[in-house]
Design a protein around this ligand. Structure first.
Ligand SMILES: Cc1ncc(C[n+]2csc(CCOP(=O)(O)OP(=O)(O)O)c2C)c(N)n1
Ligand code: SF4
Ligand SMILES: [Mg+2]
Length: 274
């Protein structure tokens, strides 16, 4: 991260960070900060909310109003903040386990309401913090501490899940595609409605080691060589997309946003109209 960004956006009192050498979390955290900076948002107007996990530690390192909540509940806390202060930009930083296992219900119901939150999922396909258990995004057949013979569970595609539940903006970035991921997060923050950016990141310590993916550099090279831009993917048959990361903007639409709808209810109640 450029030193100007570090000075402005990092709580240096909370460093050094806990992440392993080669972890992708710092790259995604930097992408979020760069997106906020590119949009010219004032720090006082941005709230960062996280759950629990390696990735969720990011909230502690960032110099905004931040809240590091309980495992799986980041979106629930973020919903409360947004309902109380609809003018704030509320950004949720969450892991794949946090967002889609214990927190899966919060994800789908926030999507259903189309509340104006930006959810950035640090998706390393595993529970990093607790020792490498498989998560809802561990690809079928891959290994984890709790899947020593390979996982038999089908894995979630997070943007598809979010879209099906009602999200109005979905995208996927990767640790390798820094510039594209910054832009996707910018678009998600600017979008009025529930926005999810699934960021494929690398955990060399657990996912990498359990699945013999090599070093952090090898894992980044794998991302580079196995990613397909969303526009190109539209022209390819499903068999050519198997095992690939499709990155870019995936879905966008407009429909009424929840806190705006709630404001009309407040006005009706004040005017005695209900
Ligand atoms: C209620 C509750 N259940 C379980 C845990 C233990 N726990 C902490 S982090 C975590 C999983 C983290 O995985 P993920 O969200 O993917 O984040 P990562 O560490 O991979 O970034 C679990 C199960 C907890 N802290 N609280
Ligand atoms: S365990 Fe994995 S996700 Fe957690 S800090 Fe280490 S490399 Fe990153
Ligand atoms: Mg994870």
């Amino acid at each position: 991260m450029a030193s100007s960004l570090i000075d402005k956006y990092m709580r240096e009192t909370h460093l050094p960070h806990i992440w392993c050498a080669g972890c992708g979390n710092g790259v995604i955290m930097r992408d979020v900060v760069q997106a906020v900076d590119n949009l010219g948002l004032a720090q006082k107007d941005v709230v960062i909310v996280s759950g629990i996990g390696c990735s969720s530690r990011a909230a502690g390192y960032l110099n905004f109003d931040t809240i590091h909540t309980t495992h799986g509940r980041a979106i629930a806390f973020a919903t409360g903040i947004k309902m109380a202060k609809p003018d704030l930009k509320v950004i949720v930083l969450t892991g794949d386990g946090d967002a889609t296992a214990i927190g899966g219900n919060h994800l789908i119901h926030a999507a259903r309401r189309n509340i104006d939150l930006t959810v950035v999922v640090f998706n390393n396909s595993i529970y990093g913090m607790t020792g490498g258990q498989f998560s809802p995004t561990t690809p079928t057949g891959e290994f984890a501490t709790t899947a020593p013979y390979g996982s038999i569970d089908p894995d979630f595609d997070i943007p598809t899940l979010a879209q099906a539940a009602g999200a109005t903006y979905t995208a996927r970035g990767t640790t390798y595609h820094v510039q594209q991921t910054i832009k996707l997060i910018e678009n998600a923050i600017a979008h009025e409605g529930f926005a999810v950016v699934d960021c494929a990141t690398i955990c060399p310590t657990y996912y990498g080691r359990k699945n013999k993916k090599g070093s952090a550099v090898d894992m980044l090279k794998w991302q580079k060589e196995n990613s397909i831009p969303a526009q190109k993917a539209k022209q390819l048959p499903p068999e050519e997309l198997a095992g690939k990361i499709v990155y870019g903007e995936l879905f966008r639409c407009q429909r009424p946003e929840y806190t705006r709808q709630y404001e009309t209810i407040i006005q009706k109640a004040r005017g005695g109209g209900v």
